[in-house]
Design a protein around this ligand. Structure first.
Ligand code: NAD
Length: 308
């Protein structure tokens, strides 16, 4: 899918459930010329690369291999999905201490070889992992992107579409804030072709509760979530590689955003080849502003507890 003569390369670090599904999604959709898989368990990365290479006669000309950190040198995007997965009943926040240590070692290695690419963070708690990645790497803020509430917004749009029997692609609706328990729905901005959604308060509560609790529901059914997040990460990669200027609810460092500063949260952003080109200052009502502030405060407390 490259648009120039330079080969496009994506490196996926951590090819567990999310990483391998993301790599497979990128491969099926032919998003890059070169796909590098990297994991602490190199046997897994090698096996995945071998397996995917055997599918190339059905997909086409993509080079896939299990690599090392040196392969990050030519990477346009480094997706980090490494880390401990959420256990049934475990909150995302409980994963934090386990994942921060893993991330520090990974980003140190990546940055030895790459000073130009985009770091796309998916490991949870994704807003906090993105924050620490930015602070420890000192990279330009636009080039550290968390998957944020893009997945949550997709779940939200799907559930609204299901209730109203409308294609979810035609539903404009946003979840913002933490990718997690303090996220909030922007009902004031939700619409279908500009018309207000004909949903009762009861419907709205049910839709938002099912959006917020989706990961817990899926994890208790099958242990992990990976298909929809893989498609969300694929969507972000396309926006970057095609220089789309797409509006996506990714996690970025907010500064003076409805009074919120110095924290990563998912909000509508314009994403292109430069990463997060612009954070959109959407209009919020008073209740939404308060909920966004509460979400930011929760994440700040968590960040402070790790920094201590
Ligand atoms: P998993 O356990 O299946 O995979 C994690 C992989 O990371 C494993 O293959 C492991 O070997 C690897 N790993 C661990 N330490 C590493 C290191 N130092 N270097 C390289 N690789 C290392 O977990 P999963 O289900 O794939 O989930 C991965 C992460 O993604 C979790 O944090 C999970 O909570 C998160 N997640 C995020 C979203 C989102 O919307 N952002 C959605 C689903 C899952």
């Amino acid at each position: 899918m490259s648009t120039s003569s330079k080969k496009t390369r994506i490196v996926v670090i951590g090819v567990g459930a999310v990483g391998s599904t993301t790599a497979y999604t990128l491969l099926l959709r032919h998003r890059m010329d070169e796909l590098v898989l990297l994991d602490a368990n190199m046997d897994k990365a090698r096996g995945d690369a071998q397996d995917m290479n055997h599918g190339l006669p059905f997909v086409g000309n993509v080079k896939v291999w299990a690599g090392t950190y040196e392969d990050c040198r030519e990477a346009d995007i480094v997706i980090i999905t490494a880390g401990a997965a959420q256990k049934p009943g475990e909150s995302r926040i409980d994963l934090l201490k386990r994942n921060v240590a893993i991330y520090e070692s990974i980003t140190t290695e990546v940055l030895k070889y790459n000073d130009h690419g985009i770091l796309l963070i998916a490991s949870n708690p994704v807003d906090v992992m993105s924050y620490f990645t930015l602070k420890k790497s000192n990279w330009p803020v636009n080039r550290v992107i968390g998957s944020g509430t893009l997945l949550d917004s997709a779940r939200f749009r799907y559930l609204i579409g299901e209730k109203l029997n409308v294609d979810p692609r035609s539903v404009h609706a946003h979840i913002v804030g933490e990718h997690g328990d303090s996220e909030l729905p922007l009902w004031s901005l939700s619409n279908i072709a500009g018309s207000q959604l004909s949903l009762s308060e009861e419907d709205k509560t049910e839709i938002f509760e099912n959006t917020k609790n989706a990961a817990y529901q899926i994890i208790s059914s099958k242990g992990a979530t990976y298909y929809a997040i893989a498609l969300a990460l694929d969507r972000i990669c396309v926006a970057i590689l095609r220089n789309e200027g797409a509006v996506l609810n990714v996690s970025t460092l907010l500064q003076d955003y409805h009074g919120v500063s110095d924290v990563f949260l998912g909000v509508p952003c314009i994403v292109d080849r430069t990463g997060v080109r612009e954070v959109l200052h959407v209009t919020l009502n008073e209740q939404e502003k308060q909920q966004l502030t509460a979400s930011a405060n929760k994440l700040k407390e968590i960040i402070e507890s790790v920094e201590m």
